[in-house]
Design a protein around this ligand. Structure first.
Ligand SMILES: Cc1cc2nc3c(=O)[nH]c(=O)nc-3n(C[C@H](O)[C@H](O)[C@H](O)COP(=O)(O)O)c2cc1C
Length: 325
């Protein structure tokens, strides 16, 4: 079967991408993903806050800088530079070692720091860039419009600096997912990654500390991306769509493609089963295609959307008593 496809203009041997995580944070992990048959890899994100924290930690070691603000700016800039440099070195190394597309990822909370870093990422050889943007509404004075505008400002500022394709990875928590995704597509996003899955807090009752809960997804979560992938692809959104969260098996991959995804991204299943498990997922997709006589991905991508009643079913949000009781 021919599993090859195109994502943001990049040629992929199959539509299965390893999502941004620790698995893709070092060269060994990236090489393992390529060996296991990944169509592409998204590198671990370079975090804006991470660089700033590193810069400030460097500063704290040397209290005297607090008394010399100009010197402190200088030191912060050097520290920022070294965080970025490590990341650029990883991109260069990955490009030497693997022959699949390497998508860099940056986590942005403002349009200030990133546009210049994006340019360096392109120069280091990344095939594309994924912007992991997550601005939560913690400020009671911020309006929804202001928050959403920040996503667009970041995207536009980055797009002005690079010519490589740019994907935007967002979470599902928008009042108007359709409106927001169309704004991003129209502002130049080459793809949307739907959806990121965020850190979930819990309380440890022995220590009274807040701890991480459910770090990994479970397969039931697949419906959240699937609904929006189906509705947005059926409506003809002018960008590619990567399905992410809760895709654990080859059948899960097939389902998202049937719903209209251009590609899928996997994280949890490779943490839990090991990176080599990816080859089983590719094999499973191939076998499923054989069984259904699909010769290529385009033979079945989005066909679930051809039935109008399916669109209505993807739009359904309430359980109706007569159907379920
Ligand atoms: C340990 C861990 C680290 C992650 N780090 C990042 C990251 O740096 N950048 C990012 O965009 N997403 C990150 N993610 C989110 C994953 O890329 C992915 O969006 C999420 O886990 C949902 O996919 P899954 O259900 O296949 O795990 C991380 C996820 C996990 C579990």
């Amino acid at each position: 079967m021919d599993l090859s496809t195109s994502y943001m203009g990049l040629s992929l041997r199959n539509p299965i991408i390893v999502s941004s995580s620790k698995l893709t944070g070092n060269i060994e992990g990236i090489v393992s993903c390529a060996k296991a048959g990944a169509g592409a890899v998204v590198l671990k994100s370079l975090f804006e806050e991470q660089i700033m924290a590193k810069a400030e930690a460097g500063l704290r070691k040397n209290d005297m800088y607090f008394w010399y603000p100009e010197a402190s700016d200088y030191v912060v800039n050097i520290a920022k530079g070294s965080g970025v440099q490590e990341y650029l070195d990883l991109i260069k190394r990955a490009k030497q070692e693997v022959d699949i597309p390497v998508i860099a990822s940056i986590n942005c909370v403002s349009p200030v720091e990133w546009p210049s870093v994006a340019k360096k990422i392109q120069e280091a050889g990344a095939d594309a860039l994924e912007l992991n943007i997550a601005i939560f509404p913690f400020d009671k004075h911020a309006t929804s419009q202001q928050i959403e505008d920040t996503y667009i400002d970041i995207l536009k500022a980055v797009k002005a600096q690079v010519s490589i394709p740019v994907a935007v990875k967002i979470g599902p928590y928008f009042t108007n997912v359709t409106g927001m995704t169309y704004r991003l597509a129209e502002a130049g996003a080459d793809a949307l990654v739907l959806f990121n899955r965020f850190y979930n807090p819990d309380v440890d009752i022995a220590t009274m500390k807040v701890v991480a809960d459910n770090i990994f997804s479970n397969p039931d979560e697949k419906s959240i991306p699937m609904r929006w992938i189906a509705l947005l692809s059926a409506s003809g959104i002018p960008c590619d769509l990567a399905a992410n969260t809760g895709i654990h098996y080859s059948i899960g991959v097939a389902k998202q493609l049937l719903a209209g995804a251009t590609v899928v991204q996997l994280g949890t299943t490779l943490y839990q089963n090991g990176i080599p498990y990816l080859s089983e997922i590719v094999k499973g997709l191939d076998e499923w295609m054989q069984k259904h006589h699909y010769k290529s991905i385009s033979d079945f991508r989005g066909i679930v959307n051809n039935l109008p009643e399916n669109t209505a079913a993807f739009e359904r949000i309430q359980y109706m008593k007569r159907n379920f009781d």
